[in-house]
Every structure is written in C-alpha cells, then in structure tokens.
Design a protein around this ligand. Structure first.
Ligand code: GLY
Length: 350
C-alpha cells in the first residue's frame, strides 16, 4: 500500500493499494466521535461492493445506512442531492457522523457536496472505484452537482478526511470505463511528468496501477497544496477540459468524459502546434499515446459548437477564456485567450 499525504484546509491521507475496502470500518471507527455512517453509492457499484463496505462498518461497531441512486451523470442533480440530504436528516446523522462516497466521480462529487453542506459540513471519506475518480476527482476537495445550464455549476471546496483507493475495484471496471480514466492519467503526464509519459507510451493500458495512481495523486497533491481554491496553477488540471466539456455536451453525453478530455487534449495539441506554441514532437507524441490507449482524437462537433460551449466555461473571465496548451511534454501554459480568437484556435485544432 502507498500513502500520499495531502496538505490543504483539511489534511488527509490517500491510501492506494489492494484489499483496502474491508478496512474502511476500522478506519471510520478511529475517527473521533463517529457513530453512524451513510454509504452513498450508485446502482452499478453498490451490488459489487456495498455489502463488503457495510459489513466492515457494522463489524467496527458503527451504524450504517445507505443511499443508492441510479448510476449516471443524469443523477448528479439538485433532485438527487435533496433526496440525499433528506436521507441524512431522516436517519439523524449528526455533525460528528460520516459519509462514505463509494463509487466513481458522480458519486464522489454528489456525496462530497452533501457532506459540505449538510449541517454546514460533516466529514466524508472518498472510496473511488473508477480510475478516473482514483487519479483525479476523489482528491482535492472539489464537490459539485450539475444544473441544466451546465456541469458542476453548483458546488463547494470540501476536503475529504480520507481517500481509500482499493486497486482491486479496478478489476471489475469495463475496459472502456478504464480507458476513460487513462485520459486523465495521460493528462497528468502531459502536464507534469515526462517519465510518466514515457512509461505510458511503452506500457499502454498495461501499466502498474498502484504505481501510476500513486504518481498521479502525488502530482495532484502538489497542485492542491499550492492552489487549493483554483485561482492559479490548479487551472492547469483543466487541460483538455475546456473543449472536452463542449464535446461531451454536444454528444448529449454519449461521448464519455474521459474520451471527451482525450479529444480536447488532441485539439489543443494540434491548435497549439498550428499557432506556434506546441512543438511538432509533442503534438505527435500526444496523438500517438492517445492512439495507443485507443482514445479518440477527433469528433463531429463544429468549431461554432465548441466555441459556444467554451463561452460558458468556468475558466472564463470577462472577455477571455484560460486555455491550457502544451508547449512540450511536462511543460504546459495557461493562455488567457480573447473570446474573439477562440474560434480560429478551435478551427486549427479540429
Ligand atoms: N479535476 C480538476 C481539479 O481537481 O482541479
């Protein structure tokens, strides 16, 4: 097992290794005054791991209640959020009790936002069961729900008290969902780590999971320690996301988040090269690694559609949108781009 310690407004450990799920009860019981735990999960994950987590909690002498909602991004909305708050209140969870988020990014974001707001904030543990959640969304304290107008438009920064990443959970992931997480892993490598990039280029999907997840979490730990509230360098984690969110939305979410981020990275690599920012070598290496992971690098969206989506990006400020563009591997820049130039940038990258 590897441990990464995160320093933020609340410090916590991220534990990464095999066979950790059964230890969740004793770890929860070791937290001060916790008596009751609400396990939040979805209809895909609960049947696989719900009983193990619930037994671990009750065996440790704690009460367990559960809130299981239909799997999918469509559930990450105000209705499900209110249902969850009502479930917490009806089961009389107090400020010293605990939420366990058992699942992927949707579960973590929703449960985390409920933890941030119920009784003005209670503790929660992230138990990521997808690669994407393990390397990105479970660490760093971003919690949110979606509005009809866009993804993650309501949320809070609320750090977990522990992240417990049992790598065995990845064994039940369909390869396609695993590849979604690989797009985020590639993102970390392109942003910060040439060795990791080279390793991924060699291994393809067959990388050592514990090692690679740990490396990504270390990289994210360093970002969060310097910019927890996303006012500066944390924005770089948006690589591939500005246009990726547009690709995702244009496809009515048929193109998954990870695939859309892969397309978004390919767009900024190609456009970056066309505009003289990204080297040819880096552009080619990025496109080649995406291909070796069988991740897409193009889509049917038009420049106009992606431009419109970019206008509602959270990284927009007045007349500019902050784009993250690779110069070379492990060297990406935050480029505040005037809205008037964005469409031609997209055209160069599609
Ligand atoms: N997922 C991007 C961030 O945590 O800032």
């Amino acid at each position: 097992m590897n441990t990464v310690h995160v320093t933020a407004s609340r410090d916590y450990d991220v534990l990464i290794g095999s066979g950790l799920l059964g230890s969740i009860g004793s770890r929860a019981a070791a937290m001060k005054k916790v008596k009751k735990v609400c396990i939040v999960s979805d209809t895909n994950v609960w049947p696989l791991y719900g009983d193990t987590v619930r037994s671990s909690i009750t065996d440790a002498g704690l009460k367990a209640v559960r809130f299981v909602f239909p799997a999918g991004e469509e559930s990450k909305n105000a209705d499900t959020y209110l249902e969850l708050l009502n479930c917490l209140a009806e089961n009389h969870l107090t400020r010293t009790d605990l939420i366990v988020a058992l699942g992927g990014g949707v579960v973590g974001d929703l449960a985390g936002f409920a933890a941030a707001t119920y009784l003005r904030g209670i503790s929660f543990i992230q138990v990521p069961t997808t690669l994407l959640a393990a390397v990105d969304s479970s660490v760093g304290g971003k919690t949110a729900i979606d509005l009809p107008a866009g993804k993650n438009l309501v949320g809070a920064f609320w750090q977990p008290s522990l992240v417990l990443c049992d790598t065995d959970c990845l064994n039940t992931l369909p390869e396609d969902i695993f590849r979604d997480g690989c797009a985020e892993v590639i993102k970390y490598a392109v942003l910060y780590d040439h060795d990791l990039f080279r390793c991924l280029a060699q291994t393809g999907l067959d990388f050592d999971r514990e090692t690679v997840i740990t490396r990504c979490v270390e990289l994210k730990r360093d970002v969060v320690a310097q910019d927890e509230f996303d006012t500066g360098m944390r924005m770089k984690l948006n690589l591939g996301h500005t246009f990726g969110h547009g690709v995702e939305a244009q496809s009515n979410f048929e193109i998954s988040h990870g695939k859309a981020v892969a397309i978004g990275m390919a767009i900024v690599a190609r456009a970056g090269f066309a505009k003289g920012i990204c080297t040819k070598e880096a552009r080619d290496e990025i496109l080649s690694v995406l291909e070796s992971f069988k991740l897409p690098a193009s889509c049917d969206s038009t420049p106009e559609q992606l431009f419109t989506a970019a206008l509602s990006d959270k990284k927009r400020s007045g007349g500019t949108v902050s784009l993250i563009v690779p110069r070379s591997i492990a060297d990406c820049v935050i480029l505040p781009m005037p809205v008037t130039e964005i469409q031609s940038f997209i055209e160069a990258g599609l």
